[in-house]
Write a protein that binds this ligand. Sequence first.
Ligand code: C2E
Ligand code: MG
Ligand code: MG
Ligand code: MG
Length: 286
Amino acid sequence: ESKARGRGNFTLFVDEMDARYLERQRLKADLRAAVDSHGITVVYQPMFTPDGRKLACCEALARWHHPEKGPIAPNIFIQIAEEMGIVTDITHQVLQKACADCRTWPESIGVSVNLSVQDLRQGDLASTVEKILTNAGLPAARLHLEVTESSLIEELSAARDVLEQLRSLGITISIDDFGTGFSSLSYLDTLPVDVVKIDRSFVRNIGEDARRLKLLRGIVSLTRGLDIGIVVEGVETREQLALIKKHNCADLIQGYVFSTPIATHAVKGLAEEASLHGLSGHAGVA
Ligand code: C2E
Ligand code: MG
Ligand code: MG
Ligand code: MG
């Protein structure tokens, strides 16, 4: 009897595996359709000076609204796109939109676009980006490109060449999710890096845990010596903001304390509000 039941469970298990597999296959087909019809949209999360007075740059963040399932998180659909080998199409679409939108903002505001590890493997990435800038009529100095620390480590030799090319166009290179890649950090000295974006995991408990604040300050002092710009990500509370200001941990702040991601048409107004009144930050977690 137990043998029979065991087999029954196994069948159930296989059915469930099949269902998940089919679900994933459908999601892939739907994502391909969305990419083919330019259905990936872009929102922008501003970065401000710590005093909340200057909106310096906006990060372009991809969004996919699935017709039945609603919004799918980019962490999920970017990974699926990487598995399918179509993430480069998404990068190009986001770059085109981001450059066109940035053109409509005040000239002092830049735009920052995320690259996938697969983009680094495209030998023609720099010439593609150059064409997109030309088509949009955007000066290269207003474009920033973000590469995660882990994709740098994965593709170190390809990354070096392509980042050098991009930088020689005048583009700013940022290391995203900085501090999470468990690397030796010696790469910072040898790669063309302008900015590090310290991952939000280093901010989360700085108010409650003195050791976390020490760790953040340590990372900051390490990079300050290398003349690299510092963005601190994921700042959510006024308390975190106050600590970061007190210990001079950031050149720019990106986090819910100042703003969640917004639509392109809202950027100019928020920049004006900041320069007129200064943003004091939201009291709690958004
Ligand atoms: P990321 O590049 O590190 O982007 C920052 C993420 O942190 C965004 O999530 C942003 O909404 C979120 N965030 C910002 N401030 C706060 C805060 O104060 N608290 C909290 N809890 N979260 C905050 P999002 O938009 O869900 O994007 C997640 C990740 O998906 C991005 O992380 C990036 O790795 C990836 N991604 C998004 N768009 C693209 C894209 O166009 N291309 C590629 N390759 N990856 C993308
Ligand atoms: Mg990013
Ligand atoms: Mg990040
Ligand atoms: Mg991140």
